[in-house]
Ligand binder design. Sequence first.
Ligand code: UD1
Length: 364
Amino acid sequence: MTKDIFIVGGARPNFMKIAPLIKEFKRQNIKFKLIHTGQHYDYNMSKIFFDNLGIVKPDYFLNVGSGSHAVQTAKIMVEFEKILIKESPNLIIVVGDVNSTIACALVTKKLNTELAHIEAGLRSFDVKMPEEINRRLTDQIADYLFVTEESGVINLKNEGIDSSRIFFVGNMMIDTLISNLEKARKTNFYKALDLICGSYGLVTIHRPSNVDSREDLERIIEKLNFIQSKIKIVFPIHPRTRKNMKKFNLDLELNKSNIILTEPLGYLDFLNLMINAKLIITDSGGIQEEASYLKIPILTLRKNTERPITVEKGTNTLIGNDFSKLKINLENVLSNSYKKGQNIEKWDGKTSQRIVAIIKEKVL
Ligand code: UD1
C-alpha cells in the first residue's frame, strides 16, 4: 500500500529546509504533496525562494497572511484541518519553529496522523520567544524528531522524549547551502552593490525582542551606527523591522552614510552577500548556522541561542546587549584575530538522504 506524505512550509526560513527534502523525494520517486500556509506572502519573503530553490508549486496555498499569533495560528489550523480531512494523508512533515509549524502539528495529531518534525530539539530556554513555544510543543507531540545538533538530542531526552523517536541527522539548511553555493557565487550580487569582497558587514535584524519596542530598536540602531563607523554595512530590512522603524519614527536615527539598505533579498543574492562578507551581524537563527558552516565571523545580537554548536564549534559569538563585547569582537574580526571555527558533525549536505531513509524504513 502506498502512503501519502504532506510537507508543510509557511514562512521564509521554512523554504530552505523543505527544498532538499523535495529534491530527495523526487529523486527516489516518492510521492508527496506540498502545502504553503501563506504565513509569508510577499514576493521577496516567499515566491522568490520557490524560484531560487526550484521548489515545486504548492498543491495547496492556504493564504492565511499576517495577524496576531492567535489569529495567524488559528487561521492556519482551520484551513489545514479541511485539507487533512479531505485527503487523509499518512504522514505530515513540518519544519522549524514558526507559527505554521505548531498550527499544523496540532491539527495533525488531533486527527491521529503521524507527524515528523525537522529541526527538532533546539532550545533557547527563553519562553518569551514565540519560536521557543512553537518548538517545545511541536516536539512533545511529534512521532519522528529529526535533530540538527547534539544539544537537540540532549534537550529532547531531558524533556522525557523516548530515544526511539529521536534521530540525529544533521542540518537541512546546510544541504540547501551546499547545493546552491556555486550558483550563489556566480550571481556576483555584491558587485552590483559596488561592494568589495571581504570589506563589508552584512546585517539582518527582525526578532520581536529587538524591534518591537522603541527602546530595543533604539539600542539596535545605536549599535549599527557604531558598526558603520568601522566598516561598511549592507542591511536588507525585514518587513517587521521596517514597519517598526516607521512606527517609532526612528528612520532618521540610523546613520546611513556607510549603510546600504535593501529590501529583503532572495536566497542566492543573500548567500552571495554572505560568502563575500567580512562579518555578519544578526539576530536570526538560521544565519548563525549558515555563517558557521561558511566560517564567516558572526556576531549575534541576542542573549541566547538555540543553536549552541555555532558558538562552541562555529564562528558565532553572542553579543546580547553588551556594547563592550560588541566592540572587542568587532575589533578582533577587523584585525583578523577572531576565532576561525571548525567543521560541525553531520553538516555535510547529506541530511535529506538520511531523513528519507528513515521515513522509508519507519513509515512507507
Ligand atoms: C516569522 C517567524 C520567525 C522567523 C521569521 C523570518 C513566527 C512566530 N515567527 O517572523 O520565527 O524567523 O518569520 O522571516 O512564526 N510581513 C510582510 N510580508 C510578508 C510577511 C510578513 O509584510 O510576506 C509583515 C507582516 O505584516 C507582519 C510582520 O511582517 O506584521 C511579521 O510577520 P510574521 O509572519 O508575523 O512574523 P515574522 O516577524 O516574519
